[in-house]
Design a protein around this ligand. Sequence first.
Ligand SMILES: [Fe+2]
Length: 246
Amino acid sequence: MKKEKVVYETLDLFPVPMIRVKYPKAQSLRKIIKPIFYDMENHDKTNFKYSANSHTSYATNLAGYGAKDKPNYSSALESTHWAGHELLSAIPELKDLRNFILQAGIQANRFIGIDRNVESLMFQGSWFSINRKYGYHGYHSHMPGLWSGVYYVQAVNEDSAITFLDTNKKHNWPSAYSMFSENPYSAPSVCIPPETGMLIIFPSWLEHGVEQQMDDRERITISFNLNPKPSTEQMQTQKERVEALS
Ligand SMILES: [Fe+2]
């Protein structure tokens, strides 16, 4: 009698998609955008300025940028009205990068089975950070959102890495048993070393933080959230609901 062959299957459940791509114009953008960011930093009145034991986030208040009475970045930052923080839309020098990120967002959508065009994704928040010596950013997520991401304006591999947490490891499995070598099944977190021009896009629910910067270098990044753009019908329904309530 022929012996039946035993087949062991490994079912990898709940994979986490992440897009990584290099921006081809990274070096020229770095030179152009740094003076603009320094200018914005000098005029930013938000509470996220550089401190050795926290993180920085600038351009969280760009309301009014482009208006006749607010002709430059600095005056736009002085507005007291919060109307979104869309760095990538407000700064003309970032237009090409903005389109590049949108294309990467479309790839991310296609990867998980959402086949949509560029027009159907929109930014919901984009801002920049300058991570200096001893600066770091604690663990957080960007919910509610579809995709979030980081573009590295200026960074080297040795700068502080973004670290992603596997929240499936809440039960400390299998890390509780030291017999396991570290691999994708046992690692509770994954660090991705930064480099100038690298763009990563990840699900907004994925918890992440930035390690402490231990050198004097400035690690400069642009972060953002991408969400599906509501259809015209959805916008109309929303408008009608708001009107019915008022
Ligand atoms: Fe973040």
